[in-house]
Design a protein around this ligand. Structure first.
Ligand code: MN
Length: 584
């Protein structure tokens, strides 16, 4: 009896000791995280007593701690994110500015730089408390010949809608613009921000990718946020973007993008209410989005919480600066624009980090009608399409061999491109002991193969030449669905590069060729399939549509391509795949 009592007493003592030791150990272990942690404690001290501080966001009953107390109600053109239409006598000038900038600068000039926009967030977003001592942030905005008012509205929205103690600086990086109003006028204008807005300029054109890396070098905040130069950030956009990085500084976060119309500057959501999408890709490295799969949805308690994403569109994201530089920033061998979003994404995931999209952080972005500038001298240095060169560097560095084949199947000419030297990139991958692409596909991008299955090899690829006309099948640069036609063979690929794969799919790039009673059409390939109805017979040179049991042929009277009863003696039904040899 006594003995058991004694034992019981001892057990209680041991438990008590353990209970006391755990918090002490916790403090010791977390203390060793270094000076940033200590700085955080100081900030915390200011806020303690006012509200409980949590390392992770907490959903509360009332308004979240960073929410503005009042809603910004303003009157005037474009206020509330409404569309603005020019009076008739200014419409010509407006159209001209659209030709010059890819967006209507005359409209933009009419709207206040401080205009209000619709709060497009889920209602739940207003009720999150975030850690008060979020990391100091540098917002980096790269621009080249941007419209002055569009650029400045981006800056105004950041200043107006970010917590002062978190926004460390806004860095404008000018990639060698030549527009007059981006010179002295800009220097003078930013004086009003009392040093919070800095401007640095390239002395020659570097391209978006290198200019962004330069911004990261010059920034002094703990976290950097990249924005395009034609954005408007929405209510309380920054804290939700920073909270996941506060928790874990290897997380890169991405805001959900809203659209700003390039003609009327109307602000409106791109995505259906309450539905979440994430970034994926197809095997030609075109960026795609997919509704967040169940597996990822289920991991979260609330629909407004961040979710993991395989990749991102490229322009807008937040990342710990040290982590970004440790990953080598962007591969300096990437040229101008394109593929850098994939490079960064694969690198982050495969080398120990992760990407989260943040529904409560909304940023409006002007989608331009077209790219209003050329690549200048930058394009002269390389032979072949710049973007495909970039993709090749990225896939040769980060893909496993099996997946590289899918890319070359989809982009057969890429094999012939000179991608430059990737030794440094491979060394970085080795040094950081990054995981395989297979690991990434299994654990992160597991929804990609559902939408874009592995590609069967090409049985034939090149131009498809008709013996009767000596002309080549050409998609005429149109968007699907549309009839395709014939043009003189030019041997350059582009709109004449056709592939027939081992599963009978005939296509241009990511598009498919289909045939029916109306003719031969360019069509969207059915998601999740890589097969098709076509069969080429080398002996008879005919192209059979197996479903309709008819052959593809040219109709000399209508000058249209059509499905017709097969006739092996008809030269207009005789086709030859002619390999393309790039001239770069
Ligand atoms: Mn943009």
């Amino acid at each position: 009896m006594r003995i058991t009592n004694l034992r019981r007493g001892r057990i209680i003592k041991i438990i008590a000791c353990v209970l006391i030791l755990i918090p002490i150990l916790y403090v010791i272990l977390t203390w060793s995280e270094g000076p940033t942690k200590k700085a955080r404690e100081i900030y915390n001290a200011k806020f303690i007593g006012a509200k409980k501080i949590n390392a992770v966001p907490v959903l509360i009953e009332g308004l979240g701690n960073f929410e503005p107390d009042t809603v910004d109600i303003r009157e005037g053109p474009g206020e509330g994110g409404k569309a603005y239409n020019l009076p008739e006598d200014e419409q010509n000038r407006g159209s001209e500015s659209e030709m010059e900038y890819g967006m209507n600068i005359v409209v933009s000039d009419k709207l206040s730089l401080d205009r209000s926009i619709r709060d497009t967030r889920l209602p739940e977003c207003k009720h999150w408390d975030y850690p008060y001592d979020l990391p100091k942030t540098s917002v980096i905005i790269v621009f080249h010949n941007e419209g002055f008012s569009v650029l400045m509205r981006t800056v105004h929205s950041v200043i107006n809608r970010s917590p002062k103690h978190v926004l460390h600086e806004v860095i404008l990086v000018d990639d060698f613009s030549d527009k007059q109003d981006l010179k002295d006028k800009l220097d003078n204008y930013i004086q009003r921000f009392d040093g919070k807005v800095k401007l640095i300029r390239n002395t020659e054109r570097e391209g978006l990718i290198r200019t962004r890396s330069r911004g990261a070098q010059e920034a002094t905040g703990e976290v950097i946020v990249y924005l395009d130069a034609h954005c408007e950030v929405n209510t309380n956009w920054l804290p939700p973007l920073l909270a996941p990085i506060y928790r874990d500084n290897t997380v890169m976060t991405v805001p959900v993008i809203d659209g700003i119309d390039h003609n009327t500057f109307e602000y409106r959501p791109v995505y259906a209410d309450g539905h979440h999408y994430r970034g994926i890709f197809e095997w030609g490295m075109l960026y795609k989005e997919n509704e967040v799969p169940k597996r990822e949805q289920k991991r979260r308690k609330h629909n407004s919480e961040p979710y993991k994403s395989p990749t991102h569109a490229g322009g807008l994201f937040a990342i710990n600066r040290e982590f970004f530089l440790k990953l080598g920033a962007y591969d300096p061998g990437l040229l101008v624009w394109g593929g850098e979003n994939f490079e960064l994404s694969f690198k982050i995931w495969q080398c120990g980090g992760s990407i989260e999209w943040v529904p409560c952080s909304r940023v409006g972005h002007v989608y331009r009608g077209f790219m209003p500038y050329n690549f200048g001298k930058l394009a002269n240095k390389k032979k072949g399409p710049l973007i495909t060169i970039n993709y090749k560097r990225v896939i040769e560095t980060w893909f496993d061999d099996q997946y590289k084949e899918y890319f070359y199947t989809r982009e057969p000419l890429a094999r012939f491109l000179d991608m430059g030297d990737i030794t440094e990139q491979l060394a970085l991958k080795e040094r950081l002991q990054c995981k395989s692409f297979q690991w990434y596909m299994d654990n992160v991008a597991y929804d990609v193969l559902d939408k874009y299955p592995q590609l069967p090899e090409n049985l034939y690829w090149g131009e498809l030449k008709n013996s009767g006309t000596e002309m080549c099948v050409d998609n005429l640069g149109k968007h699907p669905p549309s009839l395709i036609g014939m043009q003189h063979c030019h041997g350059l690929g582009n709109n004449q590069l056709i592939r027939l794969n081992a599963a009978g799919q005939l296509g241009f790039g990511e598009r498919c060729i289909e045939g029916d009673s109306q003719g031969i059409k360019l069509a969207f390939c059915r998601l999740g399939t890589v097969d098709g109805p076509w069969q080429y017979d080398e002996n008879t040179s005919t192209l059979l549509h197996r479903t309709y049991k008819k052959c593809m042929g040219y109709h000399p009277q209508t000058k249209q391509l059509a499905l017709m009863p097969c006739d092996i003696h008809n030269a207009y039904q005789s086709w030859k795949f002619k390999p393309i040899k790039p001239r770069w």
